[in-house]
Design a protein around this ligand. Structure first.
Ligand code: XMP
Length: 514
């Protein structure tokens, strides 16, 4: 039986992939297509329903993205959201005008239709997320108003007979308290879906698609050991096996045992049958970094050297047909209106290498959010440790060592960081704190160890809670845990005689310490 599908028709709003993700959370497969997709193509996909997204335009403006009015006569259930709602009104004979004041943020809405399928299980008064200036002022024929707010007379409308539904607000964002319920109502009660989609299907289908696409082609992947590139590499290896070469550049700035871990999973002894190239290039990086202490200069050196190493390896392999990138949806910078996305560099320290001879890019995760990528990783049998790895900067420990970087300092920060991570895991803090690590300050001070005076470094511990990584607070760590970590670090890590805890929030600080 054909898999159920909902199509999200993209009119350039910022939450388009989020809508798709919410539908997938309902257990129904969902794809985002541009509003420029011809109607025949849309119908040929036989979707169970279509969702029209928000967008920055005004429907009454001739140059705004519109859609063939015949769409509303196909009998396919449609849900219009924000701009999509206005487009539905406009295309079915209603009217849209600019409101005198915009409505933005959490808004009380009154549901005035008790038997609307869209509002099953939703209270008559609920809170939704609004973001609009234009509003529907006249309904198309056959429509009724199903909800309103103080300022917006048509917060929701429907023509149940034709299965056309529209909401002015954004059910897909969590601020809309019953938003997910409404989307689920649309998917199940209006479109009649049964919910036949699981992450396992995504994994299986993606592997099949890649197999077909690649054929006998050669594929190259830059593997950083991070979640995204690892999951992308495994998908590719399951699809094309030895036609894939994974290049892992070890810049000598990875966390303790990290390179060995990546080698264990992806190397010859691992379970994936791919050509794994482990480029051990620490010395090269340390040489370039010698004598450099300015943070941006260090970042630049690491980024550039990374690309040079990758290029050299690519040259050895010769021309390839495909280059794999672990781009995920939040990396995709939307240029709006469903136009193509700007591609993130394969490793977040620089751009694409100048010299890699390839024809096309494969980005198997480009429509997924981080937690969905993690679900795929678990599905593929990647170890939890890797799947739930913390964010790690591209320049690695290079930006966790303040001042000049050298092999000795790398060892110090690796050992201290490993202790901190171990103790956080023991105390159950690893699941509560979003990012934590040890950094090496460039400060040395006098101490005593046994009968000796020491003149050694200070380690700074950093632990933050954050939801978006744009702002962050220092996490409240139990004193006992801090003491334990301090004790172990000064005793077990050579050349450290002091430990600090960084209390700074972001802003004015950043998460990393350099
Ligand atoms: P900040 O310190 O800017 O870090 O609050 C936020 C997140 O970004 C990561 N980060 C970097 N990633 N190159 C990267 O690719 C960098 O130079 C860099 N600096 C910070 C960091 O891991 C944190 O999660």
């Amino acid at each position: 039986m054909k898999q159920e599908m909902i199509i999200v028709l993209d009119f350039g709003g910022q939450y388009n992939q989020l809508i798709a993700r919410r539908v997938r959370e309902c257990g129904v497969y969902c794809e985002v297509l541009s509003y420029q997709t011809p109607i025949e193509e849309l119908i040929a996909k036989a979707p169970k329903g279509i969702i029209l997204t928000g967008g920055p335009n005004s429907v009454y403006d001739e140059t705004s993205p519109h859609y063939d009015k015949a769409l509303f006569e196909t009998g396919i259930p449609i849900l219009g959201i924000c701009y999509g709602a206005q487009l539905m009104a406009y295309s079915t004979g209603g009217k849209v005008e600019t409101a005198t004041t915009s409505e933005y943020g959490k808004t009380d809405v009154k549901v005035i239709c008790n038997n609307s399928l869209l509002f099953g299980g939703v209270e008559n008064e609920t809170v939704v997320w609004m973001s609009h200036t234009d509003m529907i002022t006249e309904l198309g024929s056959g429509f009724v108003v199903t909800a309103h707010t103080d300022k917006c007379p048509v917060a929701a409308m429907e023509n149940a007979e034709k299965k056309l539904y529209a909401v002015q607000y954004h059910p897909e964002v969590t601020h809309s308290i019953k938003g997910q319920q409404m989307l689920s109502n649309f998917v199940y009660d209006v479109c009649g879906c049964k919910g036949d989609w699981k992450m396992a299907d995504f994994t299986r289908n993606t592997i099949e698609e890649i197999k077909k696409r690649v054929g006998d082609g050669k594929v190259l992947c830059a593997l950083s050991g991070g979640v995204d590139s690892s999951v992308a590499a495994v998908l590719l290896s399951k699809a094309v096996g030895k036609k894939l070469t994974c290049v892992f550049v070890d810049h000598g700035l990875l966390r303790k045992n990290e390179a060995e871990e990546v080698e264990r999973i992806f190397g010859d002894e691992g379970e994936y049958d791919l050509n794994f190239v482990h480029v051990k290039s620490s010395e090269r990086f340390y040489e370039k970094l010698a004598g450099v202490s300015e943070p941006e200069a260090k970042r630049k050196i690491i980024g550039e050297e990374f690309i040079r190493v990758f290029e050299e390896e690519a040259k050895k392999i010769g021309a390839v047909d495909y280059l794999v990138q672990g781009t995920i949806y939040p990396d995709v910078i939307e240029s709006g209106l469903g136009k193509s996305a700007v591609i993130k560099s394969h490793h977040n320290v620089g751009g694409l290498p100048d010299y890699v001879d390839f024809k096309e890019i494969i980005e198997p995760l480009h429509m997924l959010f981080k937690d969905e990528v993690r679900a795929v990783g678990l599905e593929l049998g990647l170890p939890e440790q890797l799947v739930y790895r913390q964010p790690f900067p591209g320049p690695g420990l290079g930006v966790r060592i303040i001042g000049e970087v050298n092999a000795e300092k790398v060892k110090i920060v690796q050992d201290a960081d490993a202790i901190m991570r171990e103790e956080f895991a023991k105390a159950g803090l690893d699941k509560k704190v979003n990012q934590y690590f040890a950094a090496l300050t460039n400060m040395r001070s006098v101490g005593v160890m046994g009968d000796f005076r020491t003149y050694d470094y200070a380690i700074a511990l950093r632990a933050v809670t954050t939801s978006d990584f744009m702002t962050a607070e220092a996490a409240e760590i139990p004193w006992k845990t801090l003491q334990l970590i301090m004790n172990r670090i000064v005793n077990e890590v050579e050349h450290v005689n002091r430990v600090f805890y960084d209390l700074t929030s972001k802003p004015p600080g950043t998460i990393e310490m350099e």
